[in-house]
Design a binder for this molecule. Sequence first.
Ligand code: PHE
Length: 337
Amino acid sequence: MINKLKQYQDDFDLLISKVSSLKELAELRSKFLGKKGCVSLMLIEMRSLSDDQKPQAGKHINEFKKNIATLIQEKTQVLEKTSDQTSVRTEGFDTTLPGRGNSPGSIHPISQIMDEVISIFFSLGFRVEEGPEIESDFYNFEALNIPKDHPARDMQDTFYIGEEVLRTHTSPVQIHVMENQKPPLRIIAPGKVFRCDSDISHTPMFHQIEGLMVDENLSFGDLKGVMNSFLYEVFGKQTKTRFRPSFFPFTCPSAEVDIECVMCSGQGCRVCSKTGWLEILGCGMVDPAVFKSVDYDPERWLGFAFGLGIERIAMLKYKINDIRLFFENDLRFLKQF
Ligand code: PHE
């Protein structure tokens, strides 16, 4: 049996040295290692040996088998390489070159800030609501206590679509929510808003997040607490804030909230027009007229609302001086976030 194995080995060595293609190699493989190949035959023959000869013979056959398998494996690699090179020569395509690589996309800075703001309010117990971008006069103005002759209805600010408008703010979502749900409420409404305006700090479309809380026992102090917690979370605990009296038709009293200028730390610079403060959001206690328009009892319910511009927060947080950069979709800009 040992002699036979030696013979097989010699045959194999000769044959493999003549193999020049993967196809020929596969044939050789099946001749030696296939079902009806030499190794299988030897194993069958082994059965006729005496019990004390069997282990020794088995060992030799296995070694032979292993050796052949290794040699075939090595030859496969050699042939694969040369066949690649041949195809480079004939087809001009080098499969061994590294790929050009692909750069993964990133989340748009506006979406990032949007997600961050939503998660902050989420942790304060607010849930997300949405409303339509095309609104009737009633939802965008009337129900929010903005009468027909109010300057906010100026044709230059509002995009009209026949009788309807592209919403100029997210405040109409307040009305939709209160029409459909009973108080107490704690919601935020993120979304696109539209105004006919375009320059370094205005785009015809931008993003707002509206907030509304309605309960029996709410005060301006609660509003301040929620606004401050939010601003500390976004701009850092050391941020100074201030509430400045203001006017919105749908809140009373109303305020605008400023943070200390992030560019000059309150020293006064071009960005904050030398005031040291930056306006960041509008807010106030829900005007009883708004509650009346949605059939909430203004004697029983109190509420506060706020609206903030996402682009403005993104610009201050990332120190960007031109709002239009967000919408040009220049990858060199977007990749930085
Ligand atoms: N809707 C206002 C705006 O777009 C912001 C605001 C919302 C103010 C809610 C007060 C309360 O300017």
